[in-house]
Design a protein around this ligand. Sequence first.
Ligand code: ZN
Length: 414
Amino acid sequence: MSEKKIKPLNIITDGMNPVIKKHIEGVYYASTLISGMVWFETGEGAVVIDTLINIPSAEKVLNSIHEKIKFIIYTHGHADHVGGAKVFIADNPEIIANKYLPERFDRYKFLEPYRNLIAGMQFNVPSTIFGKGVKNYVYPTKIFLGDYTFKLGKYTFELHTGRGETDDAVWVYIPELNTAIIGDFIMGPWFPNIGNPWKPTRFALDWVKELERIRLLEPEYIFCSGGGYLFKGEQAKKAMNDNIEVIRSLHDQVVELINEGMHITEMIHTVKVPKHLNNSPFLKQNYSRPEFFVYNVYRWYHGYYDHNPAHLIPRPEREVMKEIYSLIGSKEKLINRVNKLFEQKQEQLALQVLDVLIQSEPEDIEALKLRMKLVKILAQDDTCVMSKNAYFYSTKEDKKTIRQIRKKSKDFPS
Ligand SMILES: [Zn+2]
């Protein structure tokens, strides 16, 4: 067994250094590890699509935009697409977004404490990164639903709204360049982010329909992940085909299993990515993963009730666990079983059995240490940012709890 500590996967930092690339004369894109933007210099002004994640990143790009910014288009309201907008508004550009984007910004404001908490879990960043961001967000000056086209200089910008990773998506097609800018409808090389354990539902079926609509245009170039990635020709085709196939397949499997009445905890282990897509360079499971996809589609189509009357209006979990723990009657018995499961490499099951003890005795240091041991195993080969960081956060919190318990017993020895 490896003795290595769990390390978080850090994809957000405060002052990221964007890499700026030229596609063709007047068309540029910039990216950080998590965010991207692209801009088109039309001869009559620049059109900026997405704005990077925060002001320090955006400031490093500003001087590379050679024309007056006339339009900003948000592909959706996620922080990594809108966070730097303030830097680009000196010339009062029209800021265009989906009709539902302002509601997202409003939500981010009233959910700020929760969102700060989960930023720590999901991204291992201090709460201030997103807290500051929300206050800096720039609301659009024009919102729409459906299709909207405008021309500026040598280019036509055809905008279309849709639902995908969010309900407030916009993708853009420029016929003169046969280029589509599609936000997070494709996440660069990453498996589609259909499912995030902390966040509201994503729209798998709408997502795939929108990608199919984009594919019909046969774009030669696709800027995605805000513009952080550029796929060309055959690569663009394959990126679309693989994303479309995996979303259709997983979505349809979940629908079938819902109709068969399978329990969600069985479903996440039953639904599989088609074998031939397992090594697709466009579906790397470094951010989201299929289990999260399954939960998400299930949540969209299915209520919380799993048809078990014990779960309809349940007592608090902690109360139930305490009952079970008192029936087991012995901490030693429970710990022995957890250790046995650990030896049999059933860490997840062991973690759930151990939870009976932790929920009943939240200040049991031995139990917290055992949880850290199990979580370390679960995390060690995990390359998915969201699950790995969730495990890292749990361990960080357990260490903090142990320190507090020890301090308390020192201050007030029994
Ligand atoms: Zn996004």
